[in-house]
Each structure stands twice: as C-alpha cells, then as structure tokens.
Design a protein. Sequence first.
Length: 331
Amino acid sequence: MAVTIADVAQAAGVGKTTVSRVLNTRGEVGKATAARVRQVIDRMGYVPSSGAVGLARGRSRTVGMLVPSLTWPWMGEVLQGVVDTVEAADFGLLLFTCNRGADSVARFTGQVSARAFDGLLVVEPENTLDMLTALHRDGLPVVLVDDRGHHPEFPSVTAANTEGGAAAARHLLAAGRRWPLVLTGPSRFGCVRDRLAGFRDTCAAHGVGLDLVVEGDFAEADGRATVRRLLAEGREFDAVFAHNDLAALGVLGALRDAGLRVPDDIAVIGFDDIPVARHTEPTLSTVRQPMREMGETAARILLAHLEGQDWPLTPVVLPTTMIARRSAPAL
C-alpha cells in the first residue's frame, strides 16, 4: 500500500501538520525535527500528494471546474484553454458535470466541503445559481465563463455578444437582405438578449424592421422544425440569423428539404464557429466566439486572485469575429 502522510508522522513521532510544514519548508519546525522527518520520508519512500503539500497553508493547488455537460459542441475549446493555463501554473484541475442532476450537485458540494480545490471556474448549469452564490459569499473564489445570466456578483469572462449580433446584421444588410428571421436561444440567457439587441438595433439604424423573431432552445432539431413551420405558414424571409451553430445546422437542413437555395434564396448566419461549421453544405457563415481564450482568461483571473490580486471590477469581454463562408458570403 502507498505510504501516507499519517505513516510518516507516526514513524517520526510528530503530527501530520508538522510533516506538512516540513514539506512546505515552513520555518515553524525546529531543525532537528525537520531533519528527522526528512529522514523518515526518504527511508519510507513517501511521495507527497498536492493535498499534503498544501495542508499547512490551506491550499490544494487544485482548481475546480463545474459545467453542465461535456456534450456541448464548444465545451472542449473552453476546457482546453483552462487546462493549458492551469497546468502551466502547476495547478491540478477537478472537473465536475451536472449530467445526473441533483446527484451530480451533491457530489460536487461534497468536494467543496472537503476543500478539494482552491477556487472554481463555472459554465453555469441550470438551477445552480443559488448554490454558487452561497459558496462565493462563504469565501470560495468563483469565476463565471460565458456569463449567460449577467450575474454582477461574480467575476466573469464573456464574449462580445451585442457586437456579434450587430456584425451579423451588418453582414446581411450589406448583402441586400431586408427580411430577416432571427432564431434566438432561451430569452432568460443574457447572451441571447445581447445578441438580439445588437442585431435589432443595427437593423433599425438602417431602416429595417425586425418582425420575425422566434425563441428557440439552441438545438438542431428546433432550428429545423421552426423553419419548416414558418415555410408551411407562408412566412417570407430572405435571411436567418440563428443564435448558435447547432440551430443554424437545422435551418440549413430545413431549407434544403424545401428545395430552397442557400444563399441565393435565403442567407444563413450562425453563432459560435464550432468545427462542423466548416464542413456543412454550404459551409456556414457564423460569428466566432473565442472559446479557448475565454477559458484561458477565466483561469488566469482565478489564479491571480489566489495569489492575492483583486478581482476585475467589471466583466472581461472578449471580441467576436464575423466569419463569412458560403451560406452568407462576403460581397
């Protein structure tokens, strides 16, 4: 069996805290005692865990990350940005998902109680805001990635959603489109409200009304079903701005099934720039979110706070980029 810090403490005739202080090179331990502890460590072949090394200073050198699911198309990019930053700082990462609802949340809160990590990065799962707020108020450092609900109590990193919506509108207006359909995500999300506001205000500034706005759920099936229904009802539109790329994929499928040509008959723009956007038929124009950079930035903010720096006073907003492909080409 692996040698534990308790084994070392017993063999050296000291407490576990003393062993941890020796591992952390803290000065409270006398030279003779420290030398005895090191001899026992060498003799027993003890390899300290990150938790043991951090015991005396109350630090685990581990960051937690809570996400709804790993199945979201852009989650891998956010996670990679976090991993790159955390590992470069010699921290570990504990990843928690909410795939099992209340059971997942209970397991996560147990790890919080055990002080398994020093701070938390969050892509906010549904129905966890009250829990996260309580943890943050109780002293757990929390940084939100993609602040979908606009929670000013938390430090956050997000994309320039308003400007992203405006860029999509400018692109379609420049192509002469005047009757857009906007397929949003759930309106309770701040990013959805921002994307719609940017698109609507830009259209209004060019004298174009926004009469066809449909709230969706970010799913491919919903995008397909919505466009099929609107076409069956005889609704007319010459462009679609979908608030994420998955919904835009459904839009492309519905238009193709109806025998409509993209972009000749109807132009389509998504949001996110997930990898599949480069491989659709036609390839999908979209507003790119800097997902990896968002993960990197959130991790840097959290690590800096753990080293004593103040939180940023306002949300950190990273720029979005309009990517023109064949579904709505640049002119």
